[in-house]
Design a protein around this ligand. Structure first.
Ligand SMILES: *Cc1c(COP(=O)(O)O)cnc(C)c1O
Length: 404
């Protein structure tokens, strides 16, 4: 039979892509030509970058760059194996010890990404007779981990402690283990999880308490120690997840907790067992980043200074930056809520044409009718750059009838 007459068994994918095109939510990847920086070149165009997670500007920090180069020269470019076979290098252990000391916990395990840290941990510590009580807006990696664990998933309303309690109360006489889990900072709205109340519930109901601090690492708490430090709930969160991919500027995720939690994850977390460890340059970069957090606290101060300025100015222009129809942003993540998916994507495209990169985010990443351009402030944006971005936002917002 000729291959020419064979119909493509994947043609249903084109149909689905066409549906996205009809809805106006199909996208092309924007390609960065130079470094991840506050002003950079995407698709050949110079833009003010309001879309990256590079909170502290560490992606291009000279100390991190030098650490990566030095490690590549000394130890090569790859680790050669998964951690449990032959891929644990001394530098991997040093990074874990450094993070554990920074977070003031007994132990730490580093994963390839925040995604694998969450998914690998949740699926390792829970089984099919257990329960996960999870905030409605928790990150996809937590949800995937919960599905892999086959535990029963009970979703509570966003940040609603009473609803979380009723879910815990509903299963308190069941024999399975309970894991109460929340993001520290929610990635789409920039609001902060109610950790003290959640810790209290976990204590009252004998649940394991887990927090995903991806967007709080390097941003909240003393020297960027995260929401556990921000709320001073040290010792009350059993499983602390952080990322090395956002403020830390490189790549990776980690879990902090007790010796037995970490030793258990060494034995049972599937991404740890079945996927190769970081190149030594990545581990070295992350080590240098934690030194920078301690040595250059002014970066975090500048991040928050820029964040206050940005939110104040956006609200003054009349944008809906959350709080009216969505949770209120309390962090450098500042959504500009537009509503419809199509108009949001058009707004994002128009901004780009005028020199501002702000990513349009639509359903299913955020609920229908809550589509937005998400902006993220960094420590390295200058006031002039921000003023210029505000001008563009105002002009395009008025032209499109988003601002009156
Ligand atoms: C980004 C993010 C992750 C994933 O982290 P990566 O290191 O990028 O894989 C996990 N949880 C939350 C809340 C995030 O925002």
């Amino acid at each position: 039979m000729s291959t020419l007459t064979r119909t493509d068994p994947l043609s249903f994918l084109s149909d689905q892509l066409n549906e996205l095109r009809a809805k106006g939510t199909h996208f092309r990847l924007r390609v960065l030509d130079d470094e991840q920086a506050p002003v950079c070149t995407f698709d050949g165009k110079r833009v003010i970058n309001l879309a990256s997670n590079n909170y502290l500007g560490l992606t291009t920090h000279p100390k991190l760059r030098e650490a990566a180069l030095d490690a590549a020269r000394r130890y090569g470019v790859g680790s050669g194996a998964v951690r449990t076979i032959a891929g644990t290098m001394k530098i991997h252990m040093e990074l874990e010890q450094k993070i554990a000391r920074f977070k003031n916990v007994e132990a730490c395990v580093v994963f390839q990404s925040g995604f694998t840290a969450n998914a690998g941990t949740v699926s390792a510590i829970l089984g099919k007779d257990d329960y996960i009580i999870s905030d409605q807006l928790n990150h996809a990696s937590i949800i995937d981990g919960a599905r892999l664990s086959r535990a029963k998933i009970l979703v509570f309303e966003h940040k609603n402690l009473a609803d979380a309690e009723s879910k815990l109360a509903g299963v308190k006489d069941q024999p399975g283990r309970k894991l109460l889990i929340s993001d520290g900072v929610f990635s789409m709205d920039g609001d902060i999880g109610p950790l003290p109340g959640l810790c209290e519930l976990a204590e009252n109901y004998g649940a394991i308490m887990m927090v995903d601090d991806a967007h709080a690492s390097g941003v909240l708490g003393r020297n960027g120690r995260g929401t556990i430090d921000h709320f001073n709930v040290h010792g009350r969160v059993d499983v602390q997840v952080g990322t090395l991919s956002k403020a830390i500027g490189a790549l990776g995720g980690y879990v902090c907790g007790s010796h037995h939690l970490i030793d258990f994850l060494y034995h049972r977390a599937r991404p740890f067992l079945f996927s190769t460890s970081h190149p030594p340059s990545v581990a070295a970069t992350c080590m240098a980043a934690f030194d920078v957090l301690e040595e250059e606290p002014e970066r975090i101060a500048q991040l928050w200074d820029n964040t206050r300025f940005w939110k104040h100015e956006l609200a003054l222009l009349g944008f809906d930056i959350g709080g009216r129809t969505t949770p209120e942003s309390e962090t450098p993540i500042t959504p500009i809520i537009i509503g419809g998916g199509k108009q949001t994507m058009e707004f994002s495209r128009e901004l780009f044409q005028e020199g501002v990169l702000g990513t349009g985010i639509t359903y299913p990443t955020v609920p229908e009718g809550k589509a937005r351009v998400r902006t993220i402030m960094t420590a390295t944006h200058s006031r002039e750059q921000l003023q210029q971005a505000l001008e563009v936002l105002k002009r395009v917002g008025k032209r499109m009838g988003i601002l009156t």
